[in-house]
Write a protein that binds this ligand. Structure first.
Ligand code: ZN
Ligand code: ZN
Length: 327
């Protein structure tokens, strides 16, 4: 499938900054016609042979530069139920990253000027969103500590409490990425997404971006969703026990019933930078702008920073001594 402009025949793409379909050739908006056809081996626009990876659902034709969505990979079992369209466009994502690099104290001074962009792709990453109803049972031992002084003796009193919590927990859309190519840790750090903006799936939002189908089925990945539900339950429990100074878990049990699971696409910008023969990978949440990635660290900068802190401490001591002298 390709989205062609009714006015000029050019390739229409989804433009996040406009929130609309946009033809970069004649600058018209919402002028697209969806043209189905093509295959996984041939470009629907120019007929050139294309090489598609195992899980690719959308990509750019190297030959004619058109963005293609593969019909058979967005239909039937591969039709997503919902998606978050990109809200952050290419230029905005670059600006967010540049600002982020500027904030990183230990990045080498020449990183900004000498790094070279190797690749920059907007990807719709496949996710499973799990819904659960459940019950969280918790028994723990909480303590409170009181201390006071009488004469030369300090008294410490520790009180022990049996803490019992039974909570009904509902989880709506616990996200787990279903892409081998995306690192789980990075995808987890991309959260949270604003689910209020979720839309029904429409392939037009994929025009201008790359995409993947889910690499694994929902049951295969469910353990990750359950682990997230468990840690969220524990966190809720702990936030209801802030009056205790310590808490020992004696027994905890989370009973979860899955009440729904949906296949969804989430927007992620992926950047690869080359700096002194090494590649650095950054991800920007295509909806919220949250940035994940590590910049190189300049040893000289770390040392200078250490030295300046040391110098500051010395200066502070010096001032304190001077101050005493004046007294
Ligand atoms: Zn046009
Ligand atoms: Zn082509």
């Amino acid at each position: 499938m390709i989205f062609k402009c009714k006015n000029c025949g050019g390739n229409v793409v989804y433009d996040p900054s406009r929130g609309k379909m946009y033809c970069p050739h004649c600058e018209s908006e919402d002028s697209q016609d969806a043209v189905s056809g093509g295959s996984l081996t041939q470009c629907v626009n120019c007929g050139a042979p294309i090489e598609v990876q195992e899980y690719t659902s959308a990509c750019r034709c190297e030959h004619c530069g058109s963005y293609i969505v593969f019909d058979e990979r967005v239909e039937g079992v591969y039709e997503p139920r919902m998606m978050l369209p990109f809200r952050i466009g290419r230029e905005q994502a670059v600006a967010i990253l540049d600002k982020e690099f500027g904030r990183r104290t230990f990045a080498p001074s020449d990183f900004m000027s000498t790094k070279s962009l190797e690749k920059m792709t907007g990807v719709y990453v496949p996710f499973w969103l799990y819904d659960y109803k459940g019950c969280y049972d918790f028994v723990g031992e909480g303590t409170t500590v009181r201390s006071w002084r009488s004469g030369n003796t300090e008294y410490i009193e520790t009180s022990y409490y049996e803490v019992v919590r039974k909570m009904d927990v509902n989880f709506d859309k616990v996200p787990v990425d279903a892409s081998y190519a995306m690192e789980d840790r990075v995808m987890d750090l991309m959260e949270p997404y604003d689910y209020a903006a979720l839309q029904d799936f429409d392939p037009k939002y994929m025009s201008g971006f790359s995409g993947e189908i889910y690499n694994q089925e929902a049951p295969e990945l469910e353990d990750r969703a359950k682990a997230k539900a468990r840690s969220a339950s524990e966190e809720m429990m702990r936030s209801s026990c802030i009056q205790y100074s310590s808490m020992k878990v004696l027994r905890s049990d989370l009973d979860l019933q899955q009440s729904g699971v949906n296949y969804a696409l989430m927007p992620v910008w992926e950047y690869l930078y080359r700096y002194r023969d090494k590649t650095y990978r950054f991800h920007v949440n295509g909806q919220t702008g949250k940035t994940i990635g590590a910049t190189p660290v300049s040893k000289a900068k770390v040392l200078t920073y250490g030295a300046s802190v040391f110098a500051l401490v010395t200066a502070a001591c010096y001032l304190a001594i001077r101050f005493l002298e004046i007294l």
